[in-house]
Design a protein around this ligand. Structure first.
Ligand SMILES: O=C(O)CCC(=O)C(=O)O
Length: 342
């Protein structure tokens, strides 16, 4: 049984020098079993609903967590995508069951994040993603980017930590991440719109270093890949026979701009937040999604409970907004290629 321990000074040093750190044993694999099982139940629930509507014939009930979505997607891309969208929700964090919150607020993870941020006042955000990368489908392949490419510019020099948590062993074969080390101290480089599945993308020639210097971030289940918001990374296709499930979570110091304590209270008739609201919370690094406190020595009474996390998430999700990171990057890679003749 692993108890919550901070990272060692050598691990913190490595992270700050390299821009990433892979720790193979943050969790016992058993700690991740509840979230795996709940995701599996959610897939079953959505598949059953499509079946009841007459849209899906074979439920593939005999298949496990690492296989079932592939079979459903192979039978019907439409149904598979509907199930994935159901998990992702409006902005990627639709799945917010208690089992998910238990991973986000897990003392073993928060202790490690806290040592990297050098504070016990830690804010997590709803900017987390659940990624079922299906075998041989191209879905879930993520182009080169820095997470800051998605955030507001005024947070470029802040530290926002991505914790990439594989729910199966992540390997080269099933499409783990590639990370460009030692360049996270530089600028947020130019990102283009129009990457596959709407992802932002950095062109190879704009990367701060030769992509051949990238490290392969294989990581066993139970491990975590920690990265900074300016660490360039991408992920490769899944050529294995199983789904590469992962979740990526984000944390920052409570001193970094956030929308903790702010609510998107004012909506117009269509549920859109009044522009004034977004002007007011433009201080948050990613205004449309709810931030919440997961650790505090100064104000332990303010640490967010599951009920409050769910309420804030749902409220923000219902609040449609025009805020979109890609507005920061208006040009598509394709258009830029055509313009320069590449
Ligand atoms: O999971 C992947 O394949 C990519 C993850 C990623 O880009 C991220 O966590 O920012």
């Amino acid at each position: 049984m692993l108890t919550p321990t901070p990272l060692s000074p050598a691990q913190c040093h490595f992270f700050h020098e390299q821009g990433y750190l892979i720790v193979p044993d943050v969790f016992d694999p058993a700690d991740l079993e509840p979230v795996r099982q709940e995701l599996h139940r959610e897939i079953a629930k959505k598949a059953a609903a499509l079946h009841a509507d007459g849209q899906l014939q074979n439920l593939h009930e005999e298949l496990g967590f690492d296989q079932r979505l592939t079979a459903l997607h192979l039978d019907s891309k439409e149904n598979g995508d509907a199930i994935i969208r159901h998990l992702e929700g409006l902005r990627g964090g639709g799945f917010h069951a208690p089992e998910m919150f238990d991973v986000i607020a897990h003392p073993k993870l928060v202790a490690k994040v806290s040592s990297l941020l050098a504070t016990e006042e830690v804010v997590a955000s709803s900017v987390y993603r659940i990624r079922p990368k299906l075998p041989n489908s191209g879905r879930g392949v993520v182009p080169w980017h820095q997470d800051s490419g998605y955030f507001s510019e005024h947070c470029d020099t802040q530290l926002i930590i991505t914790c990439w948590v594989p729910l199966v062993d992540a390997t080269v074969e099933n499409g783990c991440m590639q990370i460009l080390p030692k360049v996270h101290g530089g600028k947020v480089v130019k990102h283009y719109t129009g990457g596959n599945a709407g992802f932002l993308v950095i062109k190879d020639e704009d990367l701060p270093d030769d992509p051949r210097k990238a490290i392969t971030a294989a990581c066993p289940r139970g491990g975590v890949v920690f990265m900074t918001n300016r660490t360039p990374h991408c992920s490769t296709p899944n050529t294995s026979d199983h789904i590469r499930w992962s979740i990526d979570l984000r944390y920052q110091s409570a001193e970094t701009p956030s929308n903790v304590g702010l609510e998107p209270a004012a909506h117009d008739a269509e549920g859109r937040a009044e522009p004034r609201f977004y002007e007011k919370v433009a201080v948050a690094c990613y205004p449309p999604e709810a931030d919440f406190l997961v650790s505090s020595k100064l104000h332990p009474e303010l640490v967010t409970t599951y009920a409050e996390y769910a309420r804030r998430r749902e409220l923000y999700d219902r609040t449609k907004s025009d805020f979109s990171a890609y507005k920061r990057w208006r040009e598509s890679a394709e258009a830029a290629g055509a313009r320069t003749g590449h």
